[in-house]
Write a protein that binds this ligand. Structure first.
Ligand SMILES: Cc1cc2nc3c(=O)[nH]c(=O)nc-3n(C[C@H](O)[C@H](O)[C@H](O)COP(=O)(O)OP(=O)(O)OC[C@H]3O[C@@H](n4cnc5c(N)ncnc54)[C@H](O)[C@@H]3O)c2cc1C
Length: 824
């Protein structure tokens, strides 16, 4: 054996051990073996054996590794890594890690993805969607609510209460519906397709709020009192955390509760004196009970030795003395109930604290825990539902609407926008379905919920822009006939609430993801914060595991980058195979880049938000792509859906690649080096092609099974705007053949307009029967309703004071006129 061959064999053995993540012992034995082969061929002499021993003995001999190397590393680690703050610790402890952890590990096990149960509705949940949910969609008049009433009608409010829409999360034993997270998501999707006011009003009490907090932390007495009343709509809750001084930085609220003695029901008791000033509080104007977050202090040590107890959550009835419910905010022409509340010297007993006195100071942890669940459900579902409905509507509209004698949806430029709508609708539904399944399996997926919240609300924003562009003036002129405008206006609400998006992307997704999902970092941090031999043993295990993990990801990135990804494991051998393989490569890259970023920047990584954001993007797109593959599998690998799947996968993986490249471009020499390792042959993922865009757009243009699956669960009854569009689309397609028939008889190519006239001419020529004529007339009516927009008298557009004054003046003028005519 030549020396060169032996070196290659040694590198192959070492690389193989690292690529397949063999244990330290197995890797050491493999190296000893290859050295023995080298000795046999007189290649390895004493010097090389001594060098090998210098490396392997300390690593494999625990007392030396732990007592010397790990101890030294621990000292260095403590100097470099910042301490975790209490709020960060709460955020980390509050959540669990699910499939996203697998994606962070550099070698995802795809069988784990596909062995997760499929999300399904119970018969009761399905009946609710088909019954009360369908009914309230029919009852809701969004134009009336947004333009005339600045509220939902009293009938809709009552129906929501009667049918327990506000009690989807409340357990049956307290009179609630106790729906799965998946079912809640489907309800919200359907409502969001009809009205943002409806979806927000139903979403909030079922998300973070008194109901959720009471079920998890309430005392039995609090549960028995409030939950049945919340379930039957006797109580309307809100939850007030945000104050003018503390928005994103909610942990710094200046609202206080001071433990003191005071009078309550004629007796002196130990209670809390509250002073607060909150804003932006959803449902506050109509709430009967306020969930309130404040900082609790005990200066007289009336309940313990601590003076500053920390953030605490309590339930305060609206009529409590000193509580002032403010007027209303006006969120972007989507006037759901939202407003400020204040409290001055409001005295309440300690029993108002959610969970009682023992939960004093534990409010932040409670909020973060509940938010990690709620954030995965409400806004992602509202966004997915909105996009599903507008995707279908935009497809139908662009077939019905003609310019240059063609449906606009047949024009390539429009198809680009349609493809984004359809591909995103497919993907967004996949993400909500998968994420809510995680919640139903008992996860508190704080990283996933941040991913879903950020990306789905951003996709909603992009899709709304596309839908508006395709609709042209039809989307711009507001009125009862405009099914897009209010949703478009309201998009920034979803972007801002439950963690404003810039912060969510730059700080939360990766900030929590890196610590939660990394197999060793959290353990290292926890071990480094403790002292003694046990802490050293924990640190030793974590740090050497970490070193091996990093080395493995380096080798995997190199091998997969050199083209090896094409041979990596995938669970299917069809056209989806390549996506799994590309994700194997990206996953190894993410794991390696994370270690490099943490190693190079240490605690600075927290402040390097743009590096953190792009690492978060990589994790997010891996998660989104996994959810998409899961949807395709769970729906029976429908061949017709392949264009949608391809589009969603290619778009996500291309964006992932671009996020990674821009990270490398902004990471100095380290980035340039990593680029050589990770992209030796440049970009390897392409964005969806024009021909794929065309195929995807086509799915939206005419009725078909894929299109039906895309809009599944949305409100499409002919009583509603979107259902009417669907009906008109079917009529237009049927009418085309009839128009062609009449054209043929007249020997000319007829424009697709004045269909009622064409109907009469066809009848006269004897080429159309009565049914044909009726269809053409109905189609013309539908077509005009779809393309026409509303117009108004000036006074109909006046609002507020001006409208009031105009009404008074008008009444006076009418009175004068009738007096005159009476006199005459
Ligand atoms: C319609 C509506 C309904 C709401 N409902 C409720 C409710 O029911 N209960 C309740 O308690 N609150 C509610 N909120 C408050 C909502 O949660 C806050 O608006 C949100 O937390 C952001 O706070 P802010 O608006 O003050 O923005 P700011 O905190 O002032 O943020 C402004 C911008 O700076 C960015 N930013 C801030 N800090 C960072 C950082 N460290 N790194 C990077 N970027 C950062 C943010 O992402 C944002 O883009 C509601 C708000 C609205 C508008």
């Amino acid at each position: 054996m030549s020396v060169a061959l032996w070196i290659i064999a040694t590198l192959a053995v070492l690389g193989g051990c690292l690529y397949y993540r063999a244990s330290l012992l197995v890797s050491s034995l493999a190296l000893v073996g290859i050295f023995a082969v080298g000795s046999f061929f007189d290649i390895v002499g004493v010097v090389l054996w001594v060098l090998l021993a210098i490396v392997l003995v300390p690593l494999n001999f625990t007392p030396i590794r732990r007592g010397v190397i790990a101890k030294k590393l621990l000292g260095m680690y403590r100097k470099v890594m910042p301490e975790i703050s209490e709020t960060e610790k709460d955020a980390i402890d509050a959540g669990t890690t699910w499939f996203e952890g697998e994606l962070f590990r550099g070698a995802p096990d795809w069988n784990k993805l596909h062995s997760i149960q499929k999300a399904e509705l119970t018969a009761e949940e399905q009946a609710f969607l088909d019954g009360p949910c369908e009914e309230v969609c029919k009852m809701m008049d969004d134009w009336q609510a947004t333009h005339e009433l600045a509220d939902m009608s009293p009938e809709v409010w009552q129906y929501l209460k009667d049918k327990k829409f506000f009690a989807m999360i409340i357990k049956k034993e307290f009179g609630g519906l106790e729906f799965s997270a998946y079912a809640q998501s489907r309800v919200l999707q359907k409502l969001a397709g009809v009205s943002t006011i409806l979806a927000s009003t139903v979403g909030v009490p079922n998300s973070l709020g008194p109901g959720e907090l009471l079920q998890h932390y309430g005392t039995q007495e609090q549960k028995d009192h409030y939950l049945p009343r919340l379930a039957n709509g006797d109580e309307i809750p809100c939850f007030a955390l945000t104050s003018p001084e503390a928005g994103s930085d909610a942990g710094s609220i200046p609202d206080t509760g001071v433990i003191c003695k005071g009078e309550w029901n004629g007796e002196e008791i130990v209670g809390i004196r509250l002073n607060f000033n909150k804003r932006y509080i959803t449902l506050a104007p109509v709430a009967t009970v306020l969930g309130l977050a404040f900082k609790l202090y005990d200066p007289e040590h009336l309940i313990g030795s601590k003076e500053e107890l920390g953030i605490t959550a309590a339930l305060i009835p609206r009529e409590t003395k000193g509580v002032e419910i403010g007027r209303r905010h006006f969120p972007l022409n989507v006037p759901f109930m939202n407003g400020p509340i204040k409290g001055k010297d409001v005295f309440v007993p300690l029993s108002y604290i959610i969970g009682g006195e023992k939960m004093a100071g534990k409010g932040w942890r409670m909020l973060v825990e509940c938010l990690s669940v709620g954030r995965a459900i409400t806004l992602p579902s509202n966004s997915a539902g909105g996009v599903k409905s507008i995707a279908l509507a935009t497809g139908a509209y662009s077939y019905i609407r003609r310019q240059f004698r063609l449906p606009i949806g047949k024009m390539e430029g429009v198809q680009e926008a349609l493809a984004r709508l359809a591909g995103n609708a497919y993907l967004m539904d996949a993400v909500t379905t998968f994420s809510t399944k995680g919640v139903d399996l008992g996860e508190k997926p704080s990283v996933i919920s941040a991913i879903a919240k950020y990306h789905l609300t951003e996709k909603l924003r992009a899709c709304m822009d596309d839908a508006m562009d395709v609709h042209g003036g039809k989307g711009i002129c507001l009125g009862p006939n405009n099914y897009l405008g209010r949703g478009y206006q309201g998009v920034p609400i979803a972007i801002t609430v439950e963690g404003a998006n810039i912060l969510t992307r730059n700080l939360m997704i990766y900030g929590q993801g890196a610590i939660r999902c990394h197999p060793y970092v959290l353990e290292e941090m926890l071990a480094s914060a403790e002292h003694g031999p046990e802490a050293l043993a924990r640190f030793d295990k974590a740090i050497f595991g970490h070193i091996g993990f990093g080395a493995s990801n380096f080798v995997r990135s190199l091998v997969l980058g050199l083209g090896g990804y094409r041979f990596s494991k995938a669970p299917f051998s069809d056209s989806t195979k390549r996506y799994y393989q590309q994700m194997n490569r990206f996953s190894a890259n993410l794991a390696l880049l994370s270690d490099v970023a943490m190693g190079v920047l240490g605690g600075e990584l927290k402040r390097k938000q743009r590096i953190s954001a792009r690492l978060g993007d990589m994790l997010s797109y891996l998660y989104i792509a996994s959810a998409t593959l899961k949807r395709f599998e769970d729906q029976g690998r429908q061949r017709d859906d392949l264009p949608l799947l391809h589009w969603a996968m290619q778009d996500s993986l291309y964006k992932l690649q671009e996020a990674q490249l821009s990270l490398l471009d902004n990471f100095g020499a380290v980035g340039s080096t990593m680029r050589v390792v990770m992209y030796p042959f440049g970009r390897f993922v392409k964005r969806p092609s024009d021909s794929l865009d065309r195929k995807v757009a086509k799915i939206l243009l005419q009725p078909n099974a894929s299109r039906d699956r895309l809009g599944e669960g949305q409100f499409l009854s002919a009583d509603g705007q979107f259902g009417y569009l669907e009906q008109t689309l079917r009529d237009v397609i049927a009418a085309e053949a009839l128009v062609a028939k009449v054209g043929k008889a007249q020997n000319k190519r007829l424009a697709f307009m004045f269909l009622d006239k064409i109907a009469e001419e066809g009848k006269e020529l004897g080429v159309l029967n009565d049914d044909d004529v009726a269809l053409l007339k109905r189609t013309e009516e539908g077509r005009l309703r779809v393309i026409n927009v509303d117009d108004f008298a000036t006074e109909d557009l006046m609002a507020g004071k001006a409208a009031h004054e105009w009404a008074l003046e008008n009444a006076e003028a009418q009175a004068k006129a009738s007096k005159k005519s009476n006199a005459a």
